[in-house]
Design a binder for this molecule. Sequence first.
Ligand SMILES: Cc1ncc(COP(=O)(O)O)c(C=O)c1O
Length: 363
Amino acid sequence: MTNRVYNFGAGPAMLPETVMRRAQEEFLDYRGLGASVIEISHRSRDFMEIVEASNALLRELAEIPENYRILYMHGGAQMQFSAIPMNLIARRPQRKAAYVVSGNFADLAAKEAARYGEIDTSRNSAESNFDRIPEFDAHALDVESSYTHITSNNTIYGTRWNAFPDTGEIPLVADMTSEFLSRELDINRFGVIFASLQKNLGPSGLALVIVRQDLLDHAIPETPGLLNYRICAEKHSLANTINTFAVYLMKLVLEWLRDEGGVQAIEQRNADKAAILYEAVDGSDFYLGTAHAAHRSHMNVTFNLAESGLLETFLREAESSGFYALKGHRKVGGARASIYNAMPAEGCRALADFMRHFERRRG
Ligand SMILES: Cc1ncc(COP(=O)(O)O)c(C=O)c1O
């Protein structure tokens, strides 16, 4: 029936098989329309129903309060690296912001923001190749800051914030691209949360943005209309032709997550999945975890082989055994198993067995 592999790619990543099948089944004829969902107007009643259902599911699953708006914006998470400063840096006249540099994407976000204001990047773990989340004391933040930016899960390095800081009056902005809807959150802690879809939510190209209502009105005049949060909110993300297929697929993923028991259930499952792999890594000297144990991600498990010369063989044999895309990012090397919501626990168990077997043969 299927030759699908266990796909450990960091993103675009595997999606639930039931979602893919459903999309396939209704691709040519969406609900008896005689047309595909990608062939109907983004302003049609059928598509508007998809947007509304997706909004309702997001509110329910992530417990998004009424005073937050849900936006779908083009350009993935990196476009938000520009949108965030354009919309928020002028919240205070000094045009300052603090960026916690916990990895490559945080660094890119800070560099982009530096075009628009004075960016404090002193909280930075580059020195230890981002193997941990930098020390962070919210009380030490500059009170003139327009906002503080964090990356909640660092996809490349396999680290995450275990708990989120309380930044008080200074809005906390979080790039949650590689973990949104994988763990429970108190949305009230955040001013803005954004995530591109291609890990836990759907296909690439779009970003989901959840923005507190009082932060809609600070855009600098140069902000393009399509990046302006107020305009996007007022036009219900339909200022121009949205990526209709991505929204449709996200809605199917959200329905799947609801049917799986929601975020609380998936968070437990994700913790169990991660534990299976970290046990395999920690169970011998053959494998070495690359992230500091206290900051380990539940979405991206990064490790190396103590004998680095064996890495190529490990990756090749893994791939021929049905474990796809395990190669680590070049900035870390080694291997990385990305185990987003759609990865079943059997995939992690099978990979852990393969790791032990490989060690017995080669160790
Ligand atoms: C944490 C994080 N932020 C931002 C991005 C960039 O996302 P995009 O390629 O959709 O712009 C990624 C991509 O992997 C990511 O993992």
